[in-house]
Design a protein around this ligand. Sequence first.
Ligand code: F6R
Length: 358
Amino acid sequence: GKGKYDHYMLKEINEQADSLSNTLGGRITDDGDVDLEEFPRGTFDDVDHVEFIACGTSYHAALYGAQQLQRTGIRATATIASEYDTATVTEDTLTIAVTQSGETADTISALRAAQDAGAETVAVTNVVGSSAAREADHALYIRAGPEIGVAATKTFSSQVATLTLLAHRLSQDLEQGTAREDNEEFFAELQNLPEYIDEVLETSTAEAVGEKYLDKNSYFFIGRDNEYPVALEGALKFKEITYEHAEGFASGELKHGPLALVTPKSVVFSMFTGENGEKTRKNAEEAHTRGADIVAVTDDADSVHEFADTVLHIPETHPDIAGLLANVQLQLVSYYTADLLDREIDKPRNLAKSVTVE
Ligand code: F6R
């Protein structure tokens, strides 16, 4: 049941420290190596590039994951499953389907196409024995526990965490793979992630932020690097459960078109969690000049006070992990906004938890 929570979505957001501990449990050794029992050393010796296929929230996790693979020197792309094309598949391709349910028709169909074209395949999924898990050559479970709310929350975090582990494992097998320079720090911080998430959950002012901007008519989300998939995910979650107009952009793209949409009736959630904060600051300032309210997601409130109307604080951590903390703040903003608007949060109109048609 939902326990003390009004909705499964809020319960699942609040479960994220536990579900992530489960995802990571036993998979990182004391000396900072990754141990995935599914994949003994050498499993991927023949692979020379990696492609992710996924839909919706899982696609955003896949984009984040592809960036993490690139950090370890691996050629990786992420493609929306319904747009997948096998033209560049060879027998050295590793195709990774990311799907919470393991039953999404678009994703299964792309997975089959990849197999037919000769790729080796992995399903990264939450559901043991699901179609994706059965059909792929290998299954890697995200171990997030059942998710009831239609809007995916805790499973996004677990998908991204799983893909960062997989990135490290692949870097050991693939010829072009290299360990991250900051390996030790990264894995130490990854293991601290559940603790940081609890801190966000305990201190978040997302409810007040939701209330403050209820009368706006457009909600934009911007970020760069791993904040970009989080911006897409923030906007998807927001539109899905509030039914308000929301869009996610790469920060740098704002000036290439979307800025025309920005008015005093807009609010721009801007992420400052990585090393390119100065550039995002300029983008946010442009929106601020057009009268938009800026909500900065940052670990350093002092650095944004000149243009940010509101701050959502996250603990300081490794930049590749900070995107996940920002995402939890955005999940909470979407939840509380939808709750204030009295939406049917766990079952948004027109949507299904598992989409079994193409
Ligand atoms: C959004 C959401 C959907 C799913 C998408 C893929 O909150 O839940 O966008 O992420 O339908 O579902 P799976 O991961 O089961 O393949």
